[in-house]
Design a protein around this ligand. Sequence first.
Ligand SMILES: Cc1cc2nc3c(=O)[nH]c(=O)nc-3n(C[C@H](O)[C@H](O)[C@H](O)COP(=O)(O)OP(=O)(O)OC[C@H]3O[C@@H](n4cnc5c(N)ncnc54)[C@H](O)[C@@H]3O)c2cc1C
Ligand SMILES: *[C@@H]1O[C@H](CO)[C@@H](O)[C@H](O)[C@H]1NC(C)=O
Ligand SMILES: *[C@@H]1O[C@H](CO)[C@@H](O)[C@H](O)[C@H]1NC(C)=O
Ligand SMILES: *[C@@H]1O[C@H](CO)[C@@H](O)[C@H](O)[C@H]1NC(C)=O
Ligand SMILES: *[C@@H]1O[C@H](CO)[C@@H](O)[C@H](O)[C@H]1NC(C)=O
Length: 535
Amino acid sequence: MALELVISVFVLLSVSSTSSFPIQESFISCLGAHSQNPIPFSISFYTPKNASFTSVFESTAQNLRYLSPSMPKPDFIFTPLEDSHVQAAVICAKILKVHMRVRSGGHDYEGLSYVSLIEKPFMVLDLAKLRAIHVDIEQNTAWIQAGATIGEVYYRISEKSQVHGFPAGICTSLGVGGHITGGAYGSMMRKYGLGADNVINARIVDADGKILDRAAMGEDLFWAIRGGGGGSFGIILWWQIKLVQVPPAVTVFTVTKTLEQDATNILYKWQQVAPNLDENLFIRVLIQVTNSSVAGKKTVSTSYNALFLGGADSLLQVMKRSFPELGLTKNDCLETSWIKSVVYMAGYPVTTPPEILLQGKSSGKIYFKAKSDFVRQVIPRVSLNSLWKRFLQEDGPLMIWNPYGGMMSKIPESSIPFPHRNGTLFKIQYLTAWFDGEQSMEKHMNWIRRFYYSMAPSASSFPREAYVNYRDLDLGMNQLNKTSFLWSRIWGSKYYKDNFIRLVKVKSKVDPSNFFRHEQSIPPLPIRKKNELDN
Ligand SMILES: Cc1cc2nc3c(=O)[nH]c(=O)nc-3n(C[C@H](O)[C@H](O)[C@H](O)COP(=O)(O)OP(=O)(O)OC[C@H]3O[C@@H](n4cnc5c(N)ncnc54)[C@H](O)[C@@H]3O)c2cc1C
Ligand SMILES: *[C@@H]1O[C@H](CO)[C@@H](O)[C@H](O)[C@H]1NC(C)=O
Ligand SMILES: *[C@@H]1O[C@H](CO)[C@@H](O)[C@H](O)[C@H]1NC(C)=O
Ligand SMILES: *[C@@H]1O[C@H](CO)[C@@H](O)[C@H](O)[C@H]1NC(C)=O
Ligand SMILES: *[C@@H]1O[C@H](CO)[C@@H](O)[C@H](O)[C@H]1NC(C)=O
């Protein structure tokens, strides 16, 4: 037995050390032949044989569910050092028929940027080394490269001006390549809309390996990449964004209420006021299970976490007028600069210097599963009470209720592919996280699926909308041998409503051979089905 094991290990080792890696080698020589400039492979090409392969592979990945040993691994990782390397990679992946996944910040909820559940062999094109940021305060714009984090973007803007900002994600380690392609919301969305609403130009690599800017790609494709989700239309190299005005002093607060402190009534009121408040005020609610003051008993805690674009005194007036039930006091308020409010909202202690944003730090890898809903009608008190019972059944659940209204209601649904606009009161994100790996995975996955099912009466319907940046493969998956447009329409309409049809049309035009594909990429229309769209 032991001997057999030794022998088979020996055989395995000798096979792997003598066999060559044909795909990797062909890919390297193809890249060499197709790149304008020489590529330093010793710092940009990683095969499973390289000692650093695993650390590069796992580097920015957030969801441990997709790093488990049972998950497929790429045959190699290429980390381009300049735009022309990205072009060469697309050309070679096409020639050599290697399936490609593109990663910027690695935060995809379903690991789509580094794991393929549907195709082998596959490679990861990791843009982490392409992270330049050029801020032009005179022009009120910036060019930002796909691998930069949104926190780096915020920092570089604040370095040049204390009264400029950008309205995108709250979590600062998100990569702008994936983040902005799905929408990108944050604490200034009620005032300025999404990150994607504030993009004015882009440079992408298309399915033929060509670099296109807005004028060259045309308005249809430029529309599709601002909210149509990552990995479907091309590789974003750069975004040109429009900066927005922020006041020199803003105010933040976090106030927590448990069930024993009237949380249910306050949340009932929040649903009615938060979407209608002054656009300068964004109050989200983080809902968790915590220990109650009664020993051994659990409770639900609701934390009101807010940014106000103005000083504490005027915030207190707004709150007294609109939402006195929360009982906000001056002591709860912290008046600070916009960049420090970014650090605060990202969850760092208030004293953390903004330079933390340059470290690209994420909150840490966890096993998690998440889902989302958009709510269009106030959830009654009785429903909240029964919701708490089901919520308390899970070990580490989290909900984030995120108010809409303001600018979000003024932008038409078809302006960009992100359709969740006027009439939306708030979005709910459901999340459950665990730490013992695959052992308890089924239990937690079952809980969140049941919870989501039970929330249906409170959520939007026909379609039950979902946020594409909170990727959820439960909603449906492309099957590569059966790219039925009708089938993908089910999840497509949840993410994009009627915009899905236009996305399919753009995809059919710019990438008919479906080079950019993944489990939930926009499918091109098979030629013979073209009339499906024509009514
Ligand atoms: C902890 C955490 C907090 C979050 N907070 C927020 C938040 O406050 N606001 C918000 O809106 N969202 C938030 N999200 C969701 C986030 O916006 C999405 O996960 C987003 O897709 C992440 O982009 P990325 O580049 O980091 O991810 P990646 O995993 O690199 O990419 C995501 C998707 O985009 C594709 N893609 C990546 N780079 C490119 C590119 N250059 N060109 C084309 N396609 C590309 C990938 O293939 C993949 O399909 C959060 C996620 C996490 C994990
Ligand atoms: C990977 O290993 C090969 C062969 O040992 C080596 O030539 C190459 O420089 C290594 N690449 C990296 C990125 O470490
Ligand atoms: C909650 O209480 C349990 C025991 O009842 C204890 O093990 C746990 O550490 C407590 N958690 C916190 C955050 O206080
Ligand atoms: C939003 O919808 C409401 C009612 O559905 C309507 O009264 C209002 O005019 C709409 N607002 C905008 C900006 O379209
Ligand atoms: C089609 O794909 C499914 C999984 O997506 C697979 O089980 C099946 O064997 C495939 N069929 C063909 C004919 O390739």
